[in-house]
Write a protein that binds this ligand. Sequence first.
Ligand code: SAM
Length: 234
Amino acid sequence: MTAYQLLVSGLEQLDLPVDPQAVDKLLRFSDYLLEKNKVMNLTAVTDPQEVVTRHFLDCAALVPYIKEGQTVLDVGTGAGFPGMPLAILCPGAQFTLLDAQSKRIDFLTEVAAMLGLANVTPVHARAEEFAAAHRASFDLATSRAVAELRVLCELALPMVKKGGAFYAMKAADCEDEVGSASQAFAILGAPAAELLRYTVPHDGVERVLVRLQKTADTPDKYPRRFKKIQTNPL
Ligand code: SAM
């Protein structure tokens, strides 16, 4: 199957609408990602079919949880995952794509301009520093492949509004990681983790969205400095 066919059929398998404009933008993003990947380190994936399955269809599993008008922060977005495909698939929501590496943010700025995405704001910053001016500012946060949950929650949850949620994309066998983060969840204001399981279409890989609904404010002392977060996780 071509990348186009995989993408259309994968979106259908996820019960998502297939908007021709969004499909075109995703495939242009993929082409540019693979072209730029030859001269800078953006992704381990090297063929267009794998970009569709391992990046686009994996990230598309989050689409049903994003509502029109919501603000979404993608922590440690790297080359734009899950934030960029979500911004293309959810044009009615606003996405802030945050990463500590300026070259990746420059790349995402170019992609947003090339595709005319008015709902994407790439930001070069460390999450624990960005949080100081953006406490309780986003309806949702997302993150994939950035850090273990105890660390990740301290980076992301302070920036989520009370009543909002943080979706951490994890491997199917994440139960121990979730279990060891239960104290962190409670301290940071999102005590109950839900595990939403899904299978990536055409890849067959099982994955989990760890959903943390924020029910209380995060105490002002979090996030701490990154060294402290790492050496003494909650
Ligand atoms: N989320 C992307 C994905 O799934 O392909 C990228 C994953 S990459 C392995 C991890 C990214 O997280 C890197 O681009 C790194 O710069 C970023 N990162 C790690 N710690 C961070 C922090 N404290 N604040 C902002 N970005 C961070």
